[in-house]
Design a protein around this ligand. Structure first.
Ligand code: G
Ligand code: G
Ligand code: NA
Length: 255
C-alpha cells in the first residue's frame, strides 16, 4: 500500500529517532536501564510520529527487521556516548516483534546485527509480547534460546493483560516480565488491585524472573509499589521517553 511504502521510505530516509525511557530499581533507587522506543520525525515539519501511527504500516517481516536493525544501530551509538560520559552500565530493552523469531532468515540476520554491536550482549534485553497476530511465543522458543546462548536476555511485555500469560510463563525462556500499564494506571481508582500485583510478583519470584511495573504515573503509586517490594518501575512519574542526548542530561541531574 501507499502508506506502507511511505513509512518504509521514511525509515530509509533516516527519519527514525530512538527515544529512551529510564527504568528505576526501586530497592537501590538507581537507574539500571532504559527502554528504547521508536519515533519517526518529519524532516520538514519536525512532527513526531509515535509507533501506534507507523508500526501497523510495517506489515512484513522484512520491514520489521529493517526497523529493529535501525533501532539497534542507533542504540549502539547512543550507549557508546553514555558509557564515555561515565554512566553506570545500563541495560537497554528493545522491542522485538515475534515474527522475527519465526523460521526464516531473521534469526541469522538478528544474530549478525547484534554481533556487530559494541554493546555487550548481556546489556541487551529483547522485549516480546506473548502473542502478536497469530504467532504464539511458544513457536519462537528455539530462536529465543539461540539468542540467549549469546548472552541476550528476554522480557515478556504487558503481562496481566491476558489470562493465559501466567500459565505459559513457566514454559517461556524469559528473564523478566513487564506488568501491563493498564493495571498500574488504575491503581489510583482501584487500590485493592495491589494484591493482584503482589500475586503476579510472587509467581515471578518463584520462577526467579525479574519484575518491572510499567505506566507508573504518580509518586504515590511509585511509593505503593516500593512498599510492596516491586523490584523495578518505569513511567511518567520517573521520566517520559526522551532523545538520547536529553537522557544523558536527565541522568546527571537525577542521580
Ligand atoms: O513509544 P510508545 O510509548 O508510543 O510505544 C507504543 C508501543 O509501541 C509500545 O507497545 C512499544 O512496545 C511499541 N514500540 C515502540 N518502539 C518500538 C520498536 O522499535 N519496535 C517495535 N516492534 N515496537 C515498538
Ligand atoms: O509496553 P510498551 O512498550 O508499549 O510501553 C511503552 C509505551 O508506554 C510508550 O508508548 C510510552 O510512551 C508509554 N508510557 C510509558 N510510561 C507511561 C506512563 O506512565 N503513562 C502512560 N500513559 N504511558 C506511558
Ligand atoms: Na515494550
Amino acid at each position: 500500500s501507499k502508506r506502507h511504502l511511505h513509512t518504509r521510505r521514511r525509515l530509509e530516509a533516516g527519519e527514525l529517532h530512538v527515544y529512551y525511557q529510564p527504568i528505576l530499581d526501586l530497592q537501590t533507587r538507581q537507574i539500571v536501564g532504559v527502554e528504547a522506543l521508536a519515533r519517526l520525525i518529519d524532516r520538514q515539519t519536525g512532527v513526531i510520529s509515535e509507533p501506534a501511527q507507523f508500526l501497523p504500516d510495517l506489515d512484513t517481516s522484512e520491514d520489521q527487521y529493517h526497523l529493529v536493525r535501525q533501532v539497534l544501530r542507533q542504540v549502539d551509538t547512543d550507549v557508546q556516548v553514555w558509557d564515555r560520559a561515565g554512566l553506570s552500565e545500563l541495560s537497554v530493552s528493545v522491542n522485538l516483534p515475534p515474527s522475527l523469531l519465526m523460521r526464516g532468515p531473521w534469526l541469522d540476520r538478528l544474530l549478525s546485527t547484534i554481533g556487530e554491536m559494541r554493546l555487550p550482549p548481556h546489556r541487551l534485553i529483547l522485549e516480546v509480547l506473548e502473542t502478536e497476530g497469530d504467532i504464539p511465543l511458544e513457536n519462537t522458543i528455539d530462536s529465543m534460546l539461540a539468542l540467549k546462548s549469546r548472552g541476550i536476555r528476554f522480557a515478556l511485555d504487558d503481562i496481566g493483560s491476558a489470562y493465559s500469560t501466567l500459565l505459559r510463563l513457566k514454559d517461556l525462556p524469559v528473564d523478566s516480565v513487564k506488568l501491563d500499564q493498564g493495571f498500574v494506571r488504575e491503581l489510583c481508582s482501584h487500590p485493592e488491585d495491589l494484591i493482584f500485583i503482589e500475586a503476579l510478583m510472587g509467581i515471578a519470584e518463584v520462577l526467579e524472573i525479574d519484575f518491572i511495573a510499567e505506566g507508573v504515573e504518580t509518586l504515590s503509586i511509585l511509593d505503593a509499589l516500593q512498599g510492596l517490594h516491586v523490584p523495578k518501575a518505569q513511567g511518567y512519574a520517573i521520566a517520559r521517553p526522551m532523545p538520547g542526548n536529553q537522557f544523558l542530561e536527565w541522568y546527571h541531574h537525577y542521580q
